[in-house]
Write a protein that binds this ligand. Structure first.
Ligand code: DX5
Ligand code: ZN
Length: 218
């Protein structure tokens, strides 16, 4: 049975002690780290950007799983490639024109990154089907994007199962990732529905013992 990948999100971490927070991620055995980029337009808040990633990426030997919640993501692909992103995941809802979605996926690949497509809780899972052959990852938002520490939206579980069936039917290796409100209760439900990656922020960074809580997610 393939082990689930945990991708700790630093959105709600203690930025004043960032190095210590990253050491907690490494000590827990995590191999991924999730960066939530917000532009204040696609989502109401502004968080971190490409320059932040560029400054810390060289010191971090983890898979840099970058989730850009930004308008017009095409404009940012090269910047995040230069900054050191390994996975670059953008939102389907940013473009009505499917050619632009395809163009963004192709540009991510042209910059030697893995391409992810994220959908909000209200977006139907079938909307990602036309792009599935090209996608390395699909990120399901299990909260409305824009901030950490929200409650898990259980309707995402059926979407995960539907996509898992489609990936199997097409014999693809696209990863399914889930982001928002993941904890020791919601993690097993996501895994049972077919999730391969779990993005976890508050549950880990606001816990007394990061490593022991991390183990409960597997
Ligand atoms: C929402 C963010 C959060 C963050 C993790 O836009 O994407 O989901 O990664 O949040 P929590 O604290 O719910 O794990
Ligand atoms: Zn995220």
């Amino acid at each position: 049975m393939k082990k689930v990948i945990i991708s700790p999100s630093i959105l709600n971490c203690d930025y004043f002690h960032l190095a210590t927070e990253v050491e907690k991620i490494i000590a827990s055995g995590a191999t991924w780290m999730h960066f939530d980029v917000m532009d204040g337009h696609f989502v109401p808040n502004i968080s971190i950007g490409n320059m932040f990633l560029e400054k810390i990426a060289p010191s971090i030997n983890l898979v840099k799983d970058v989730h850009i919640m930004v308008c017009d993501p095409l404009k940012f692909v090269e910047k995040f490639a230069k900054a050191g992103a390994d996975y670059l995941t953008f939102h389907l809802e940013t473009y009505r024109d499917i050619n632009k979605i395809n163009k963004t996926i192709d540009l991510i690949h042209a910059h030697k990154m893995k391409a992810g497509l994220s959908i909000k809780p209200k977006t139907k899972v079938e909307k990602v089907f036309p792009f599935l052959e090209k996608l390395d990852l699909v990120l399901f938002m299990s909260v409305n994007p824009g901030q950490g520490g929200q409650s898990f939206i259980p309707e995402v579980l059926d979407k995960i199962a539907t996509l898992k069936a489609e990936i199997k039917r097409r014999n693809l290796s696209t990863l399914i990732s889930v982001d928002g409100g993941i904890n020791d209760q919601t993690a097993p439900k996501c895994i049972a529905s077919g999730a391969d990656v779990l993005v976890v922020g508050s549950y880990l960074f606001q816990s007394e013992d990061f490593a022991s809580e991390y183990k409960k997610l597997m």
